[in-house]
Design a protein around this ligand. Sequence first.
Ligand SMILES: Cc1ncc(COP(=O)(O)O)c(C=O)c1O
Length: 386
Amino acid sequence: MSTIACQRDRFDVPEDVHYLNCAYISPLLRAAKAAAVEGLTRESHPWEISAVDFFEPLEHIRGLFSQLIGATVDDVAIVPSVSYGIATAAANLPVQAGQTILTLEDQYPSNVYVWRELAGQTGATHRVIARPADGDWTRAVLAAVDDRVALAALPNNHWMDGGLIDLPTVSKQLRAAGAALVVDASQSLGAMPLQIAAVQPDFLVTAGYKWMLCPYGFSLLYAAPRHHQGRPLEHNPHNRLAGDDFPRLAELKDGFARGARRFDAGERAHFTLAPAAAATLEQLLDWGVDNIFETLSAMTQAVAARAAQQFGLETPAAGLRAGHFVGLRFPPARFPDGPPVALQQALREANVVVSLRGTSLRVTPHLYNNDADISALFDCFDAVLR
Ligand SMILES: Cc1ncc(COP(=O)(O)O)c(C=O)c1O
């Protein structure tokens, strides 16, 4: 593992924009934008798009993504959103009356609503694990697992403040209880290492447009081989066995495309987004997720330490926070209304872009950030909080 020098040149982030908000939407790589523009140009020349273009670029992307998570090309589906991937999981995991579905307090809703609905339909109970006072989510989840649990639907870290869930440990206990694991890795994958062999999820989905640095609308779903005979949400010639013989597309097939491809959403070829996603995944693999993680961890650790020492702001303790991600909490005794409005205004005026989720001010840098960005953040803190 090694740290990576600032990569701002690879992005289109002006020097006077201090964008510390990867957890919201990542800026695209210049290379991804160029690939998307090329794709868009092809879409305006559809005579250049042939049947093979509906399949091969996606196979390349499945290969890159499977490399990133230690899976195989057959385990990957192309989906438009996290909610689509989670709905796919919900349609394929058995849940019975009297069983329990676990999620976390204040979890991102795309990984909550469908479970609440499924519980209502099946007579199961949707149990929300309360935020633990000591910040130890792993312990809180482990304490909630018993033999009534049908499944847990979890992130790798909380989207508000980076609070960590040790997925390999939780997964082991869930398996021992005969329960399934669904992971929404949107706030970690691409920046924090995750290997399928260690986590063994039933389904794992990630939004593309955050730490994966991909375009909005391009998300990726992993489905474990034991679910490859599952039921997709949609049916179209491309997730059936129709192949690229377009003149014969009207011949209906009983079978599905191999592996997780059956879970692909309709119109998944994305002639504009897919080239951008491919260019991005290639860059992520080239940097190495371990190295990205080490680099971002050093940045967020410095932010957390300075925010605590100089301004008394709180973060999940070291070891209980995902390294790449930090949410600053404003102690209620001093800040009863959360982050002061004057601070939010100062940040806006200084072009420091962070996000407020709940009462947590998320500071989520990536490789395009430099020391000037961090200084601009603390200049605002200095001006308002001292
Ligand atoms: C943890 C998490 N999951 C998912 C999403 C996006 O979900 P969807 O793709 O359903 O819009 C977000 C967006 O902020 C998120 O923070």
